[in-house]
Design a protein around this ligand. Structure first.
Ligand SMILES: Cc1cc2nc3c(=O)[nH]c(=O)nc-3n(C[C@H](O)[C@H](O)[C@H](O)COP(=O)(O)OP(=O)(O)OC[C@H]3O[C@@H](n4cnc5c(N)ncnc54)[C@H](O)[C@@H]3O)c2cc1C
Length: 534
């Protein structure tokens, strides 16, 4: 680590929280006080090529290490249930060579073919558990003149169903900006301009001013999948002696959580300890320890991914877990003890179970009770101009209205009301008023069973105007019909809604319906014309 720092890696020794900007589900993390153990939270920030260069140089300098460059590993060699080496192929000449070995470590990443070889050698299929993709992200390496941004890292999490951001200072005035985007939200940023536009909605002006001086280095990189896979070698009945699969080849995690390198490093330490205890039964002993390391992280990630899933598919348990996460993050914004615990779990210094410590839960609960008024929505950047709203927002609002229509058409009052904020104001075309999502759902439940049974809602957005970057006025033409795809003029309504950006994405904070009276409209406009001619 000292070598990395000397070569230019940015070192955050964890003692000055003001150098890290964290905005989590609507709250800026600014706890007063000092961390009890800042040293263990020290971060060494550098680009992947920089890290690889230095690690490789260090490994190559070891007396008992020889690096065979320019070769691909073709396959492990296995005889009588024991690994005997690996076959490698020269990339230029195509000549294959056999390397004899007592132990072969497969660290070839997510494209590893170990499962394929085990099956081929008659050990059977390796069970695999998967977590499906929940989104993707775009990232860009940049150069920013020194001193333009005082923070060393910025992290924005606006809830699992909204875009998030990571900005990290790297070596020699380079920075990496990544914008995450859940599947249901919209499209990923594809170039530097779009990335900056998205960042403008999430970062304070001081950081954006520094970013305005950034020049991109290389192309924007886009990753469209966050799928995770864990190959359960620990559950295999038979394993070849001497073959150990580690890192992403064993378990690749959702890259959005930035845990893969830490997990690979933890496994390297576990493998070292297993080797110190001898070679006998090495793979099984290693997989057992690795499974203990992976299991809690996998379970926590699974819960996070579930929170990002469309609300209709979330179970009450998912909602509870999502609420608990939000409560912890909220408490961490002003309580240094909670913040430190979250940092430690996120950095995999402590296991996720440390967040279930009763004393900590009580502390989180009391903190939340002291701030009882839930924010109905979160203005992400008070100062950003409406022009910072992008196509993804527009798409998200259209998706929201479509979801409302689907809820109506399914006769599902909860799905229909799910597009509203918890405290939304709703006025029907008859003038009845309902306060809150629950009241709206309750009002529609009997209607969907009787008067509105089998009816369809047709909505067409006619106007979408951003009052701020987080508040939009939505006007729509709406009609209710029982004949699919046919508008009934006398049921024609104007719907005016206020959409707000919340930690759960865009939602309607207010909605008002007016039935059009075409005859009266004509009559009144005629009167207007006559008075204008006088
Ligand atoms: C888009 C993306 C972003 C990520 N961001 C982060 C992050 O911010 N933080 C974090 O901690 N983790 C992150 N990760 C995860 C992290 O990169 C991996 O978990 C980590 O690199 C795993 O290390 P590994 O050694 O197992 O595999 P890898 O780093 O993938 O290394 C495998 C190596 O094996 C080589 N190889 C493959 N096949 C062969 C072969 N047949 N012969 C010879 N060599 C071969 C490859 O060229 C490669 O060099 C990210 C992953 C992705 C995909």
């Amino acid at each position: 680590m000292t070598e990395l720092a000397a070569a230019g890696a940015v070192v955050d020794d964890g003692d000055d929280l003001s150098r890290t900007y964290v905005h989590a589900v609507g709250y800026e993390l600014k706890p007063a006080g000092r961390l009890t153990d800042p040293g263990s939270l020290a971060a060494y920030q550098a680009s992947r090529p920089f890290m690889e260069f230095h690690i490789r140089r260090r490994v190559a300098a070891l007396d008992n290490v020889m690096i065979v460059d320019n070769h691909d590993v073709d396959a492990p060699m296995i005889a009588d249930g024991t690994v005997t080496g690996a076959r490698i192929i020269n990339r230029d000449s195509g000549i294959a060579t056999s390397l004899d070995a007592e132990i072969v470590i497969d660290a070839t990443g997510r494209a590893a073919r170990a499962t394929h070889f085990l099956d081929r050698y008659g050990f059977g299929a390796v069970p695999e558990v998967r977590l499906p993709s929940v989104g993707g992200y775009s990232s860009q390496l940049m150069r920013i003149p020194p001193g333009r941004i005082t923070e060393r890292m910025a992290f924005v999490n606006r809830g699992s169903r909204s875009p998030g951001l990571l900005l990290v200072a790297y070596e020699h005035d380079t920075w990496m900006l990544a914008i995450t985007c859940p599947d249901e939200y919209g499209t990923l940023a594809t170039d530097f301009t779009e990335l900056l536009e998205a960042a403008g909605q999430m970062l304070p002006d001081t950081i954006m001013a520094g970013l305005s001086d950034a020049t991109p280095v290389g192309q924007t990189s886009i990753s469209r999948s966050t799928a995770a896979a864990w190959r359960r070698f620990d559950r295999m009945r038979h394993l070849p002696e001497g073959l150990v699969v580690v890192g992403d080849a064993l378990c690749n995690l959702n890259p959005l959580y930035g845990q893969g390198m830490t997990m690979a490093a933890l496994q390297a330490l576990a493998l070292r300890d297993c080797l110190r205890a001898g070679h006998a039964d090495l793979p099984r002993r290693f997989y057992r320890v690795a499974a203990e390391q992976i299991e809690p992280v996998w379970t926590a990630n699974q819960a996070n991914d579930r929170a990002a899933a469309p609300s209709a598919t979330r179970t009450p348990r998912d909602r509870l877990s999502s609420w608990a996460q939000h409560a912890a993050l909220k408490a961490a914004t002003n309580d240094i003890v909670v913040a430190e615990r979250l940092f430690r779990v996120r950095g995999m210094i402590d296991p996720p179970t440390r967040l279930q410590d009763p004393a900590l839960l009580l502390r989180i609960l009391l903190n939340n009770l002291r701030h009882p008024r839930p924010k109905p929505y979160v203005a992400v950047s008070q100062s950003s101009s409406p022009s910072s709203v992008n196509r993804a927002d527009e798409q998200a609002i259209h998706t929201l209205i479509d979801r409302q229509v689907r809820g109506w058409d399914a006769g599902d009052p909860e799905a229909y009301a799910s597009v509203f904020t918890l405290d939304a104001d709703y006025v029907t075309f008859l003038g009845s008023r309902h306060k809150g999502r629950e009241a709206i759902a309750m009002a529609y439940a009997p209607l969907f069973r009787t008067l509105l049974k089998g009816s369809s809602l047709r909505t067409q957005i006619t106007r979408l105007r951003y009052l701020t970057s987080d508040v939009a006025l939505v006007q729509a033409r709406a009609a209710v019909t029982t004949q699919a795809h046919r508008w009934i003029r006398r049921a024609d309504r104007i719907n005016t809604s206020v959409a707000v950006r919340t930690e759960d994405g865009w939602l309607l904070a207010s909605s008002q319906n007016t039935t059009r009276r075409l005859f009266s409209e004509k009559l009144l406009s005629g009167l207007d014309l006559r008075s204008a001619h006088r």
